[in-house]
Write a protein that binds this ligand. Structure first.
Ligand code: SAM
Ligand code: SF4
Length: 329
């Protein structure tokens, strides 16, 4: 019998998983992964920053916050046809999911949002899974995105409710959960995960995954980011995250949310082939790959398409086809 999908995990159960011997945990996660996913496939995604920098939020990790002093140069909202040119090139490079990020606190009903809706329509027409991450939004705005063909919306909870205001003070954890609830009034899929390496305790990592794993339904997509230390941010000198912590986080996410796609996100550029192989074994089945070796901004590095093609080939993994057209995640 397949592992059941549960949304009633207790905090103690989640915390206990973090204490399991790593090899046992990875073995269990790999078993769950194979029940619900093709173990030989990895989805290749690409981020594009459609509006960069100057963000009013004070997220302590972020290169784009106006409160931080990073080298990122603010740039206005891109033209829709420029985004579509990037999307076409991404598709030619084997990308099947394009995520458009804007350094906004929240979506406003204005001409800029209309332009983003045009981008969503255009990227969707290319047959890519189209994802946006634009900050907080209302149920009505979520529906407008859905009507334009949006497949997924990213809104990370980032860390635990308890640790949240150590990292961000300009919004609350509940604000994040409210936006996720607004998305759930539509058929847009939810992408929500977090970051490790921001000085949080193991209890915070467990608490964050408990929050996600008790959402009903689970987010269809769960990105696990390792903090990319950006000079000029309060977290520039945070200690390194051991690879075993990253693998453990991925494995626990995989066990708690068996059908979700767990995404190995920021921080991958620091990992070797064997490190990444262990992450795939533990249930990660998606990577972010790039044209210019950057994630969203120049401040956060990312592997490029050619090296990722070689990486997947060396492990006998295949890039996954898009699931946007009517298939389930
Ligand atoms: N403004 C939108 C928001 O906050 O929802 C979207 C853009 S934001 C750049 C998307 C996500 O990227 C954040 O929620 C965070 O988890 C991740 N991120 C940003 N900077 C990062 C960094 N330096 N290291 C790791 N992850 C990071
Ligand atoms: Fe703004 Fe998003 Fe960066 Fe926070 S993570 S400062 S909301 S762009």
């Amino acid at each position: 019998m397949a592992t059941p999908i549960r949304t009633d995990w207790t905090r103690a159960e989640v915390r206990a998983l973090f204490d399991e011997p790593l090899m046992d945990l990875v073995y269990r996660a790999a078993t769950v992964h194979r029940e619900y996913h093709r173990a030989d496939e990895v989805q290749v995604c690409q981020l594009v920053s459609i509006k960069t920098g100057g963000c009013p939020e004070d997220c302590g990790y972020c290169s784009q916050s106006a409160h931080n002093d990073s080298d990122v140069k603010p740039e206005p909202l891109m033209a829709a046809d420029e985004v579509l040119r990037i999307a076409r090139r991404a598709k030619n490079n084997g990308v099947t999911r394009l995520c458009m990020g804007a350094a906004w606190r929240e979506v406003k009903d204005n001409a800029q949002f209309d332009r983003v809706l045009d981008m969503v329509r255009g990227v969707n027409d290319l047959g890519l899974e189209v994802c946006c991450t634009l900050g907080m939004l209302s149920a009505d705005q979520a529906q407008r995105l859905a009507d334009a063909g949006l497949y997924a919306y990213n809104h990370n909870v980032d860390t635990s409710a308890e640790y949240y205001d150590t990292i961000i003070t300009t919004r609350t954890y509940q604000d994040r959960l409210d936006t996720i609830a607004n998305l759930r009034t539509t058929d847009v899929t939810v992408c929500s995960g977090g970051i490790i390496g921001m000085g949080e305790a193991l209890d915070d990592r467990a608490s964050m995954l408990h929050t996600l794993a008790t959402l009903d339904p689970h987010p269809e997509s769960v990105p696990i980011n390792v903090l990319s230390k950006v000079p000029g941010t309060p977290l520039a000198d945070a200690p390194d995250v051991p690879i075993t912590d990253t693998v453990r986080m991925i494995a626990v996410a995989r066990i708690l949310m068996p059908t979700s796609t767990v995404r190995l996100s920021a921080g991958r550029h620091l990992m070797g082939v064997a490190d990444q192989a262990l992450c795939f074994m533990a249930g990660a089945s998606s990577i972010f790959s790039s044209e210019r070796n950057i994630m969203l901004t120049d401040a956060v590095p990312c592997a490029d398409h050619a090296s990722d093609r070689a990486l997947l080939a060396s492990l006998g993994l295949r890039p996954r086809e898009p699931q946007a057209q009517g298939a389930t995640v």
